[in-house]
Ligand binder design. Structure first.
Ligand SMILES: [Zn+2]
Ligand SMILES: [Zn+2]
Length: 344
């Protein structure tokens, strides 16, 4: 039986156009075949949400119709669609916000993050989770243990970016890893790298408070990219994960990788940059990117449950659903690491 408390309408915080958020009353979505309906608990604010809010677009993805933001989601299953066992009602879940086609060559080869037909929360024209209820594919709504908070469950999404980054970087036991950027994603990458066995995780950031904080979130050392440039240049890192989006950090990190090492681009910075191609070729450095993630929730839940990653400690700012605008502006506070919207 569906939870009888599910109403007909709900609150949704809607981005009408660049910089304009409005609370609207909308019909509660209905779980379709293979889907669950989730009452939203916590939603993390991501840099991409902030970017859509401030600029109305990310590259080719343009907000040309009202859009609900938010894609880092936890909640409770309150109804199931056809084909989903009713025993799932009442389950606390964290949602992998991807809806791939499941039929194309990328999906069939296990690279569904690259599906050209992907529907992703809070990416035009697909609505996200700054609302009381969302639907999700039942197999992408992952049950979370009772010991995990709603906020931690929501932050499995940015942790997933970290886990997929260290997968792409092929980080293994004893590795030295350089990470540029000590924001939430840098912290997730650093923690995932440590969990994968990296012995030395060096994180660079210009901001002193961020460097201080990152040493309790996976980093073994935090360096200033300019003042400590000699120490960075002296590294022979097995891999470098660029999370800052800053071209100087990318160029610095490339040269801190050992011959045969790997560079992974995660941060969204300049669309184009001039790279030292002769150097990359001569050093046989592998250069790759990260676009979302594949099947990372089970690993993230296991790591959090084992106490091998810290998620709750990232949350510095909390807002109710009525204050999504303030949540999207939380990064104006230099002390902000991660803002979360508490929906219920
Ligand atoms: Zn995100
Ligand atoms: Zn596909």
């Amino acid at each position: 039986m569906p939870d009888p408390s599910v109403p007909a309408t709900m609150r949704a915080s809607v981005l009408l156009e660049q910089g304009v958020i409005e609370m609207q009353e909308r019909p509660v979505p209905v779980a379709g075949p293979g889907e669950v309906l989730v009452r939203v608990a916590s939603v993390g604010v991501c840099g991409s949400d902030v970017h859509y809010y401030r600029h109305g677009r990310i590259g080719d993805a343009v907000v040309d119709a009202p859009l609900v933001l938010g894609h880092e989601v936890s909640g409770t299953v309150v109804d199931v669609g056809p084909g989903v066992p009713e025993t799932r009602v009442g389950e606390r879940v964290a949602i992998d916000p991807q809806v791939p086609c499941r039929r194309c060559r990328h999906c069939l080869s296990g690279r569904f993050n690259l599906c050209r037909e992907m529907r992703f929360y809070a990416t035009p024209p697909v609505n996200g989770a700054f609302a009381d209820y969302v639907t999700a594919p039942a197999d992408f709504a992952h049950p979370v243990p009772g010991t995990m908070t709603d906020e931690a469950a929501a932050l499995l999404e940015p942790l997933s970016v970290g886990l997929w980054s260290i997968h792409k970087a092929a980080i293994g036991p004893g590795d030295q890893v350089l990470v540029a950027g000590a924001g939430p994603i840098g912290a997730m990458v650093a923690q995932a790298a440590r969990a994968a066995g990296a012995a030395d995780v060096v994180v660079t950031d210009l901001v002193a408070s961020r460097r201080e904080r990152i040493t309790s979130l996976g980093a073994t050392r935090a360096l200033h990219p300019v003042e400590d440039a000699d120490a960075v240049a002296a590294l022979e890192a097995d891999s470098f994960v660029e999370c800052s989006g800053a071209t100087p950090a990318l160029l610095q990190g490339l040269r801190a990788v050992r011959p045969g090492g790997t560079v992974v681009l995660v941060g969204m910075g300049a669309d184009e940059a001039t790279l030292p191609t002769a150097y990359l070729a001569a050093m046989e450095i592998s250069l790759t990117g990260v676009f979302r993630y594949v099947d990372t929730w089970p690993r993230g839940i296991a790591l959090a449950q084992a106490g091998m990653v810290e998620l709750d400690a990232l949350v510095t700012h909390r807002y109710p659903l009525e204050e999504v605008e303030a949540a999207l502006d939380a990064d104006s506070d230099p002390q902000c690491m991660k803002a979360v919207v508490q929906v219920s």
